[in-house]
Write a protein that binds this ligand. Structure first.
Ligand code: UT7
Length: 310
């Protein structure tokens, strides 16, 4: 039995904050942000919208897209580092709102690699036959842990949610391979006290190396080569990091998903949000091989190779 994606949804807050808006609150410029990160604008959730609200909306559309009822979900995995509160988990909060009464629920904490950890975990439960339908959500309200006086971090992040329903798919489709990793010695470079604290240069070096290496390793594990890749969906942290991964795989520009310009870095939400956009734009076809790859605080990393289709 192979585990694959059978439904997808997303939610982004309405409020758009442009680089020019940020020029008014920190010592930065639209030009600096564009050239150093590729970001032009980001979405920011209002005080009345917390992480669980975004997760709920993305999940509702993913479940509808999968054509199942909430009672058919066996497990909810929410990847987030910005839960409404330490407990109950965001997964339990949305279990109630969705009416997913038969689902177990837990949150996954692996920062920006969280969605990769969630998908790899879901695969185990589905392929072992333990569970049939698993809701995997990547969601973040980073604006509530961003220090809006710190130009090193304030320009980078945004809020949003992406969700998928995973379930059994036909032979040859679904997740072909995954690879996860962590290096706790790098935890000091990216963490949250009250707000996000980051050593940008150290994280940048790690990310450029890890995104390329993880993508290559996950293809090896799947028994594929770079020529087999139809689409790369990298974590949308910084266009320069994403470009390094694309070049490592020798892919043309049109084969890499790019949403960082309009959403910024949405951490665990960035990969499912990008996947959603590419599907909406008709760029992903049945049988396409997609590599998703992310890195984040921890430090953590993860990659998933998937053959698209049910
Ligand atoms: O999901 C994981 C989360 N984290 C990341 O992905 C971050 C990875 N790192 C990066 O993306 C990049 O390191 C940054 C975008 C954060 C910074 O880019 P950089 O090219 O590494 O810049 P830098 O840190 O080397 O700083 C260059 C200059 C510095 O000025 P001096 O020391 O050369 O005078 C900074 O003070 O740019 C300055 N600077 C800014 N200037 C205008 C730093 N932030 C800003 C800013 N606006 N927002």
């Amino acid at each position: 039995m192979n585990a694959g994606i059978i439904g997808i949804g997303r939610y982004v807050p309405e409020k758009v904050v442009t680089n020019h808006d940020l020029e008014k609150i920190v010592d930065t410029s639209d030009e600096w942000i564009r050239t150093r990160t590729g970001i032009e604008e980001r979405r920011i959730a209002g005080d009345d919208v917390d992480t669980s609200d975004m997760a709920f909306h993305a999940s509702t559309s993913a479940i509808e897209n999968a054509g199942i009822s909430p009672e058919e979900i066996d497990l909810i995995l929410v990847a987030t580092v910005t839960p409404d509160r330490p407990f109950p988990s965001v997964s339990c909060m949305i279990q109630e709102r969705l009416g997913a009464w038969n689902a177990a629920a837990m949150d996954v904490s692996a920062a920006c690699a969280g969605f990769m950890y969630g998908m790899a975990t879901a695969k185990q439960f589905i392929e072992s036959g333990s569970y049939k339908h698993i809701l995997v959500v990547g969601v973040e309200k980073l604006s509530k842990v961003t220090n809006w006086d710190d130009r090193n971090t304030a320009v980078l992040f945004g809020d949003g949610a992406g969700a998928v329903v995973m379930g059994p798919v036909s032979k040859g489709k679904g997740i072909l391979a995954f690879e996860l990793g962590a290096d706790g010695t790098g935890g000091k470079h990216l963490y949250q006290d009250e707000y996000i604290i980051m050593n940008g240069r150290e994280v940048f070096k790690f990310a450029v190396r890890q995104m390329g290496e993880s993508s290559v390793r996950v293809l090896e594990k799947a028994g594929l080569t770079q020529e087999d890749v139809d689409f790369l969906i990298p974590h949308q942290a910084n266009i320069r990091i994403m470009e390094a991964a694309r070049q490592r795989l020798n892919l043309p520009e049109e084969k890499m998903s790019k949403t960082v310009h309009k959403y910024g870095n949405t951490s665990a939400a960035s990969i499912p949000l990008s996947l959603y956009e590419e599907i909406e734009a008709g760029k992903i076809k049945d049988n396409d091989v997609i590599v998703m790859v992310g890195f984040g605080g921890g430090l953590t990393w993860g990659a998933v190779a998937i053959r698209w289709g049910k």
